[in-house]
Design a protein around this ligand. Structure first.
Ligand code: BG6
Ligand code: MG
Length: 222
C-alpha cells in the first residue's frame, strides 16, 4: 500500500520551471548556443552545473569555457533566477497542489521533497509549505543527480518507507527515470509523449487528487 509521496518541486509544486528556463535561455544566448524547446525540456530536473554543461555541449562550446568561467556563468544564472523567484507567494503554487498536499497530509500520508534545486528550502518557505514535509533531500549531498535513482532513494529513506510504498511526482523525463529506477511508482505531470515512461500520467496538476491517483492505480493493476 502507498504510504507516502516524494515530490519534485520545480514544475510540480511551484510554477518555477519556466523561470529556470528563462534564466538558462539568457545563459545560452550569452555563450552562443541556440535555445530550442528540446534543449529546454532536456534541462528539466538537471542540476545547475550539469545543465550548464548541456548548454555548452549543445552549442559545441564545451572547450571554450574554463572551470572558473563556468562557475561565473552558473552564479550569474542563479542570481537572475533568484530575482525571478524573489516575489513568489502562495499564489505561485501550481493549481490544485496546495489542496492535494493538504488532503494527503490529513489522510496520513508522509511527504518529502526530492528536488535538484539548492533553492528548494527558500521556495517552500515563500509558498508557505515548509511545514508540510517530513524532510527535504539536500541535493548538495548527492553523488549523482537525476536520472540516477539516488535522490528518490534518499527521499523514501527520509519517509522511512520501502520504495514500493512511495509515489514519486515529477514533471521531467530525467526525474521519471530516477523514480522508476528507485523502484517507486512514478507519477508524471505534463506531456504524455515526453513522460511516457511514467506509471501514471496527468496532463495538469489540477487533475492530481487522492481519488484520481487511486483510480489510475486500479487501472494499471487490472
Ligand atoms: C531542478 C530544476 O529542480 O533544479 C532544474 O528542474 C534546475 O531546472 C535544478 O537546474 C537546480 O536548481 P538550482 O536552483 O539549484 O540551480
Ligand atoms: Mg521539475
Amino acid at each position: 500500500d502507498i504510504k507516502g509521496f516524494a515530490f519534485d518541486l520545480d514544475g510540480v509544486i511551484a510554477d518555477t520551471a519556466r523561470f529556470h528556463g528563462q534564466a538558462w535561455h539568457q545563459t545560452a544566448d550569452e555563450v552562443g548556443t541556440t535555445w530550442t524547446p528540446q534543449l529546454a525540456e532536456s534541462l528539466k530536473g538537471i542540476s545547475r552545473m550539469e545543465s550548464l554543461q548541456m548548454i555548452l555541449d549543445a552549442g559545441n562550446h564545451a572547450d571554450d569555457f574554463s572551470q572558473a568561467d563556468r562557475e561565473a556563468l552558473a552564479e550569474k544564472k542563479n542570481h537572475f533566477y533568484q530575482r525571478l523567484i524573489a516575489t513568489l507567494t502562495e499564489d505561485d503554487i501550481l493549481p490544485g497542489m496546495k489542496s492535494f498536499i493538504h488532503s494527503a497530509k490529513v489522510a496520513g500520508y508522509k511527504m518529502s521533497i526530492a528536488s535538484a534545486s539548492k533553492n528548494a528550502p527558500m521556495i517552500l518557505d515563500h509558498l508557505g509549505l515548509a511545514n508540510d514535509f517530513v524532510g527535504i533531500v539536500d541535493p548538495a549531498t548527492l553523488t549523482k543527480g537525476k536520472p540516477d535513482p539516488e535522490i528518490f532513494v534518499r527521499a523514501a529513506e527520509v519517509l522511512e518507507l520501502a520504495p514500493n510504498q512511495v509515489i514519486g511526482l515529477e514533471d521531467s523525463a530525467a526525474g521519471i527515470e530516477s523514480i522508476n529506477s528507485a523502484g517507486q511508482i512514478s507519477l508524471a505531470i505534463g506531456d504524455a509523449v515526453v513522460l511516457s515512461a511514467a506509471n501514471l500520467i496527468f496532463s495538469s496538476t489540477v487533475d492530481v487528487t487522492l481519488q484520481s491517483i487511486q483510480s489510475k492505480m486500479d487501472k494499471i493493476k487490472s
